[in-house]
Design a protein around this ligand. Structure first.
Ligand SMILES: [Zn+2]
Length: 251
């Protein structure tokens, strides 16, 4: 099931008892949707491609801008003006030609988003606006797909995993439904590059754990990162029984 080349390429993670050949095969059989190929989506796409996740579905309707390059390490100076998806295809194929890449270059409406979520095993929200986050969450709740959610703005980051397959898991709306700073985007408020790299790397790690089936995912927990103070804090988060998105979802 794994070629000699694949065994070599992934040998350092196959060495881990928690991954092993079985975990690597699970990664190879996995399909993942990455919504947003910016600061968070960059490390997510790079690490998941390198790790051998079998099929990456890449969604972004934006083009690469010079102001992106301070933090969006998936793209480079030669990619300015190119669609972010095409820039990502080029880079990810160069990193790992063994995996399949699926492109979503136009904005996803409700129907196309539902179909895109349905087509994968797991979704990573790497966007920077509240309405898209809400739409991605709703699609994940409806189709029962785990959602790895990250956010970073100014000098603060957040991370959590919402897994509708687990009855105790909150959804994004349970936590953020009442609105917050999430309305602000990095292009308006600013953000420091390594912080989005950190949050995106943690998102990639959570995705690998869920897909390969090891460790303890951040379900029901919210990680708060204070980059200025170099402090990490964790909050327990609960499902809201009255949530308008996941509340009626009980089996
Ligand atoms: Zn909810």
């Amino acid at each position: 099931m794994l070629s000699d080349q694949e065994l070599l390429r992934y040998s350092r993670q196959i060495l881990l008892a928690q991954v092993d050949i079985d975990g690597q095969l699970r990664l190879k059989d996995s399909r993942v949707l990455i919504v947003g190929l910016g600061g968070l989506g960059s490390p997510v796409a790079l690490y998941l491609a390198a790790a051998g996740v079998g099929e990456l579905h890449l969604a972004d309707f934006d083009t690469v801008d010079l102001t992106n390059l301070q933090r969006q390490v998936l793209h480079d100076t030669d990619s300015v003006g190119m669609s972010k998806v095409d820039s990502a295809l080029k880079r990810l194929h160069a990193i790992n030609p063994e995996i399949r890449l699926v492109a979503h270059r136009s904005a996803l409406d409700e129907d196309s988003l539902a179909a895109a979520v349905q087509a994968v095993d797991l979704v990573l929200d790497c966007t920077d606006n509240f309405s898209t986050r809400e739409a991605v969450n709703a699609a994940c709740v409806v189709s029962g797909k785990p959602l790895v959610s990250g956010a970073a703005i100014r000098l603060e980051g957040q991370l959590s995993v919402f897994d509708p397959r687990r009855p105790e898991s909150p959804c994004y709306h349970c936590l953020y439904g009442h609105g917050s700073d999430a309305e602000l985007t990095c292009s308006e408020a600013g953000v420091i590059g390594p912080l989005v790299g950190l949050v995106g790397s943690l998102q990639a790690l959570e995705a690998l754990k869920l897909l390969a089936g090891f460790g303890e995912p951040m379900v029901g927990r919210l990680l708060l990162i204070d980059a200025a103070g170099s402090r990490f804090r964790e909050l327990r988060v609960k499902r809201d029984p009255g949530c308008s998105v996941c509340g009626q979802h009980d089996a």
